[in-house]
Design a protein around this ligand. Structure first.
Ligand SMILES: NC(=O)C1=CN([C@@H]2O[C@H](COP(=O)(O)OP(=O)(O)OC[C@H]3O[C@@H](n4cnc5c(N)ncnc54)[C@H](OP(=O)(O)O)[C@@H]3O)[C@@H](O)[C@H]2O)C=CC1
Ligand SMILES: CC(=O)N[C@@H](CCC(=O)OP(=O)(O)O)C(=O)O
Length: 350
């Protein structure tokens, strides 16, 4: 069995990690870490998880290394940066769910994460782990930084276009997310009486995930993206997000070829479902149709009138957007079949 620790066990992503890890046939939970919930049992923190694991939340010290083969950091980015310094050369594998190490370019990191101090040397050692795109780099990786929830959807939506060799002159992203994307550190605007029923433009002129996606795509396929900008809206459901990406290119695109290219690209990748918009009773992709699962549903539609390509991607931010993707990355890191422990089908209606 692979011995696993979770720091941030009381949080939303941490709770989801507990749910998934305790169902995984090759993993054993051996450490739960935190700060303000020391001494509490998982069942006290997560009412849905009535598990007797014999573990309570503990402070994180370097001794964690003796109890874990891998540690997930489901902590705010400044905490992840600090804990990564502590654990990087002690634990065999650290998988960070935060934004601390996602952006490689130092100036871009400082612009979007001014409170997250990290050494460039450590940042350069992290693999930015979109499993579908960098799977081979995950085998034996010691440090893995997982993409943000929107960033996962946007990147998976754009990757087939980029691989076709198109120059994506202008990319506009409209992101809509449920409230769990913000974790339990609620802003006033996230309180139920204000959030319920709202469509809140909380980042209308820019979001850090756009910088993360641009940085990654520029690093892996230089020169393919002109500009990539994003607006983000909070909507009143709890889980799930939809990234609507509008792509403008001067390159000739064969409308019929697009769908085939997406199907080809994702054929080897079971968690990305390429779907036709009208194949179901309710148009897809709809975040509702992936809730609780590790699927990301992607639809590509040429808009010939508007001279653009519309790419829609939906996922559950707590599964494919964080904890599920984290387990997927662990599977690849330890040479397990990618789908191990992740066979859940979506729950719908939610
Ligand atoms: N929510 C989502 O949809 C997604 C979240 N993420 C990222 O995952 C991380 C966790 O997010 P989320 O679960 O939503 O956040 P929550 O606010 O729900 O949880 C934060 C967790 O961090 C722990 N923590 C805070 N400070 C410390 C510290 N000094 N030492 C140890 N533990 C600490 C808290 O533990 P305690 O209560 O014991 O203090 C808590 O368990 C964040 O970086 C977030 O950006 C990434 C993708 C999606
Ligand atoms: C609805 C909401 O607030 N969503 C979060 C994104 C969730 C996520 O992936 O956040 P990290 O980059 O912090 O990991 C946000 O836009 O800040």
């Amino acid at each position: 069995m692979i011995r696993v620790g979770i720091v941030g066990a009381s949080g939303l992503a941490g709770g989801e990690l507990i749910r998934l890890i305790t169902q995984h046939p090759e993993l054993e939970l051996t450490f739960l870490g935190g700060s303000s919930n020391i001494g509490r049992r998982p069942a006290q923190l997560h009412p849905g998880l009535r598990l007797d694991l014999g573990l309570t939340v503990e402070p994180v010290t370097e001794d964690v290394a003796e109890r874990c083969d891998v540690v997930f950091l489901a902590t705010p980015a400044p905490v992840s940066a600090e804990l990564s310094e502590l654990l990087a050369d002690r634990v065999g594998c650290v998988i960070d769910l935060s934004g601390a190490f996602r952006i490689r370019t130092p100036e871009l990191h400082e612009r979007w994460y001014p409170k997250v101090t990290r050494s460039t040397e450590l940042a350069d050692r992290f693999v930015y782990g979109v499993p579908e795109l960098v799977g081979d780099q995950l085998a034996d990786a010691a440090l893995i930084s997982l993409p943000g929830c929107y960033a996962t959807a946007i990147t998976l939506g754009l990757a087939p276009l980029v691989s076709l060799g198109l120059h994506l002159k202008t990319v506009l992203v409209d992101g809509k997310s449920g409230s769990s994307g913000g974790g339990l550190q609620l802003r006033t605007a996230d309180l139920h009486p204000l959030r319920n029923g709202a469509i809140a433009p909380y980042a209308p002129t820019g979001h850090r995930h756009a910088a993360e996606v641009s940085d990654f795509l520029e690093r892996s396929k230089p020169g393919r993206i002109g500009s990539l900008t994003m607006s983000a809206y909070g909507v009143s459901h709890v889980r799930g997000l939809l990234a609507s990406t509008y792509v403008f290119t001067d390159d000739a695109v064969d409308a019929r070829e697009l769908q085939r290219a997406y199907l080809r690209f994702y054929k080897p990748h079971p968690f990305v479902r390429v779907r036709r918009n009208t194949e179901t009773l309710i148009p897809v992709p709809d975040p509702q149709a992936v809730l609780g699962s590790n699927f990301c549903d992607v639809t590509v539609l040429p808009d010939t009138e508007g001279d653009r390509i519309v790419v829609l991607a939906a996922l559950d931010n707590l599964v494919k957007g964080s904890a599920g993707q984290a387990v997927q990355a662990l599977n690849l890191r330890f040479g397990l079949p990618e789908e191990t422990g992740l066979g859940m089908q979506p729950v719908m209606p939610a």
